[in-house]
Design a protein around this ligand. Structure first.
Ligand code: PEP
Ligand code: MN
Length: 365
């Protein structure tokens, strides 16, 4: 064999080495993704059964000249190194965690800042019903300097016979009204296939309590460039709530606002039980802004003011409250929505007690 031939074979070997290197790292990328999925699902990183399967398959397909034991040995080394990668990953705190990011996340949209110090009030009807209703609420909210208007267009109702919302038509009406009165618009989306369409109408996508663990929906809103308000599930622990937010963040969307909206307990005096301690815990454990929904957590108008005070006193970055021009005829949540004068009284009380700043002169958009 000439020296020239040797040189050629060495070059060939180098190229194969590079191929192996590239493939090893591509494999590591897939391993990291698997690790992430396993971590989110709470599955153990090491799976001896799966490792055995992979080795058996490799041995079965082994064309030689390496004998089966050598193949087993080599691939075991690769598996070992991959497991090391997953374990490294596991040591990293979650993206939602305060350990991962010390500073508060401030979700900024126009001149509205969720988590920026001054509390944000999100108000509006439970459901978007018609133009006149939206117009009346819009006027009332504008007079109170409200910067973010809510209104449900897709309503996850307990009974299939109840009003289900106006759908896209509702989103259009919400957009029209919030534009007219210089407010941002927030609305709940319940289906992954509606997310893209909703981007044209809303400034914040709401994920409702019933969908907090709709992982496919979380993944879709995690992949868009639009802030997401995530409500705590009816019987979700704080840990599960944070993992749901992690689903969104892990897909690249870091504009997440958490919303405590009460949990289900044996207590019947309120619609849900507001877990007030969740607010400082969420603020401590994560860097995300936290709102409190004072309407769905209580289902009672008579305690809204003290509940709002409590929420803001324990560090909530804002509150959500349902307001309707004529609650008694509302198509959803008729019992719990405030009318416009009641809302004014609430806002005045919170301002007088310095829980909220005085009415800002500027509008949101
Ligand atoms: C809502 O805010 O319109 C709503 C349905 O609330 P939740 O998802 O918290 O029940
Ligand atoms: Mn409601």
């Amino acid at each position: 064999m000439s020296l020239e031939q040797l040189e050629k074979l060495r070059t060939q070997l180098d190229e194969i080495n590079f191929d192996i290197l590239r493939l090893l790292n591509a494999r590591a990328g897939v391993v990291e993704e698997i690790g992430q999925v396993k971590r989110l699902q709470g599955i153990e990183a090491f799976d001896p059964e799966r490792e055995k399967q992979m080795l058996d398959l490799l041995v079965k397909e082994n064309p030689g000249p390496f004998d089966d034991n050598t193949i087993r040995y080599l691939f075991k080394q690769i598996f070992q190194a991959s497991l090391g990668l997953q374990e490294e990953q596991e040591k990293k705190p979650l993206l939602v965690s305060r350990k991962r990011r010390q500073e508060d996340t401030v979700v900024t949209i126009g001149n509205v800042r969720f988590g920026g110090g001054a509390p944000v009030v999100v108000a509006g009807p439970c459901s978007v019903e018609n133009e006149r209703q939206m117009e009346l609420v819009g006027q009332g909210l504008q007079q109170q300097g409200i910067q973010v208007m809510r209104g449900g267009a897709y309503k996850p109702r307990t009974s299939p016979y109840d009003f289900q919302g106006l759908g896209e038509e509702g989103l259009k009406l919400l957009r029209k009204t919030s534009d007219r009165y210089g407010m941002l618009a927030i609305s709940e989306i319940v289906s992954p296939s509606d997310v893209e369409m909703a981007l044209d109408y809303v400034d914040v996508i709401q994920i409702g309590a019933r969908n907090m663990q709709n992982f496919e929906l979380l993944k879709v809103v995690g992949a868009v460039k639009k802030p997401v308000l995530l409500k705590r599930g009816l019987s979700a622990t704080i840990e599960e709530f944070l993992y749901a937010a992690e689903y969104i963040m892990s897909r690249g969307n870091d504009q997440v606002i958490l919303c405590e909206r009460g949990i289900r307990t044996y207590e019947k005096a309120t619609r849900n039980t507001l877990d007030i301690s969740a607010v400082p815990i969420l603020k401590q454990e994560s860097h995300l802004p936290v709102l409190v929904d004072i309407t769905h957590s209580t289902g009672r108008k008579d305690i809204m003011e003290p509940i709002a005070r409590a929420a803001l006193a324990v560090g909530a970055d804002g509150i959500m409250v349902e307001v309707h021009p004529e609650p008694s005829v509302a198509l959803s949540d008729a019992k719990q929505q405030l009318n416009i004068p009641q809302f004014e009284t609430l806002m005045n009380a919170l301002r007088n007690a310095k829980y909220l700043p005085s009415i800002p002169a500027v509008t949101a958009r």
